[in-house]
Ligand binder design. Structure first.
Ligand code: TRP
Ligand code: SF4
Length: 400
């Protein structure tokens, strides 16, 4: 059986805040119960934009892992590791670069976008151009088929799929492939081999995607096939080659609605964040000093929640009853802003309490974190080596 494998990475370029929690980490925590998950610190990716300030990366790597653990990412469920500790990512990146057309990289929309957005940095580098390809290597080296990412990263997953198809097309040719595939079909048994052929024809002659999907699930369910035969039959469905690398799919994470302290989206660059493990006193201070509806100058002036950044927090943290109390109290000047802020303060503190509790032992004993990562790196490295063996062989690099 091919089981689903989820992989995602995060760049250690700053501290994590509640926007990361609501946008990404809560999702990871859910996924770890449903799938085999690998989550990693993308420190090489961070270096593509922060090569002149590597201390930023160094400073955030371990804190970021503690933030993940605080959020409930469980090292007993998911494999946690650091990209640069699994050097095979770099080897695969290099090997894939041999077949990567420059134009494909130049056309990835994030390339020009980020260069413009980060115009104070010199991103006219080989490393930055190769960013999406390094990401492809991250994904395919684990044969991960599901990649939770934000909308902005979707083009990188699409790019990865194209690289995988190109790789399989160029290196998936095996001497006697057709004959071997035909033999493998016979091993399916007479009924299933007929169904397989029918579906393959429907796909190859009419481009019927549904037939392709049905054939793939037929193969998924087939217990008695060797790995080699299975891959041949997958490859034979779509063309004449063997599937050496598999195409991932993006699992789009809905854009985070998490507001910042000033009504804009919560983001480090707007300086409007509440950190994941911010201490209580500071959370209280930040919310208390948050701006509210500018029309409420005096306590007796009625306000409008629609013009108030704090209302955005009620939308995330408060139930219908509390929201009604806010609407009513604000528009009639029945409640003051500090009063209105208290349920939000309470809700954020309640959300963060278990995070502080989970983090405490890691903060007190950093070797625990090092050990979790060492285990994860070892596991990741094993998986990566399995793929690398196939890749080296397919590329004619197994002469010793
Ligand atoms: N580029 C991703 C981001 O900025 C981080 C990343 C690196 C990643 N490699 C990955 C995400 C592989 C998913 C899979 O968010
Ligand atoms: Fe904002 Fe609440 Fe004050 Fe109204 S009462 S302005 S919603 S903080």
């Amino acid at each position: 059986m091919f089981t689903d494998r989820v992989l995602s990475g995060m760049r250690p370029t700053g501290g994590l805040h509640l926007g990361h929690y609501h946008g990404v980490l809560k999702n990871w925590v859910e996924l770890q119960h449903q799938f085999e998950c690998l989550f990693f610190v993308a420190d090489w990716h961070a270096l593509t934009t922060h090569y002149d300030t590597p201390e930023v990366i160094e400073q955030h790597v371990w804190e970021m892992v503690i933030d993940w653990l605080a959020a409930g990412v469980d090292p007993a469920q998911a494999t946690l590791f650091i990209q640069s500790r699994v050097p095979a990512h770099a080897e695969l990146h290099l090997l894939l670069s041999m077949i990567t057309p420059l134009g494909w990289l130049e056309r990835v929309p994030t390339y020009k976008d980020q260069q413009e957005k980060l115009s104070e940095k010199d991103l006219d580098t080989y490393g930055f151009l190769g960013y999406p390809l390094l990401q492809s290597a991250d994904i395919v080296i684990y044969r991960a088929n599901r990649v939770p990412v934000g909308e902005d990263q979707a083009p990188h997953i699409e790019f990865t799929r194209e690289i995988v198809r190109r790789f399989n097309h160029i290196f998936g040719k095996e001497a006697g492939f057709r004959e071997k595939a035909e033999l493998a079909i016979r091993k399916l048994g007479s009924r299933k081999s007929r169904v397989y052929r029918e579906l393959r024809n429907r796909y190859q002659e009419h481009g019927d995607e549904e037939a392709l999907a049905t054939a793939k699930s037929l193969l998924d369910e087939q217990q008695n096939l060797s790995m080699g035969d299975r891959e041949r039959l997958f490859g034979y469905l779509e063309g004449g080659g063997k599937v050496i690398l598999s195409e991932p799919e993006a699992m789009l994470t809905p854009a985070s609605r998490m507001p910042g302290l000033d009504g804009q989206k919560m983001s480090k660059s707007y300086n409007n964040t509440i950190n994941l493990r911010e201490d209580e006193a500071s959370v209280v201070r930040k919310i208390r000093t948050m701006p509210t509806d500018p029309a409420r100058i005096r306590r007796t002036d009625p306000g409008d929640p629609a013009r108030c950044p704090l209302w955005q927090f009620h939308l995330i943290y408060s139930d219908a009853g509390t929201r009604e109390w806010v609407q009513q109290g604000c528009t009639t000047a029945g409640i003051g802003c500090l009063e209105c802020k208290q349920p939000v303060i309470d809700a954020i503190l309640a959300e963060q309490r278990p995070m502080h509790e989970r983090a405490r032992m890691y903060e007190e004993d950093p070797t625990l974190v090092r050990n979790i990562i060492a285990d994860g790196c070892e596991r990741a490295d094993k998986l990566a080596q399995e793929t690398m063996r196939d890749v080296r062989e397919a590329m004619g690099l197994s002469y010793f």
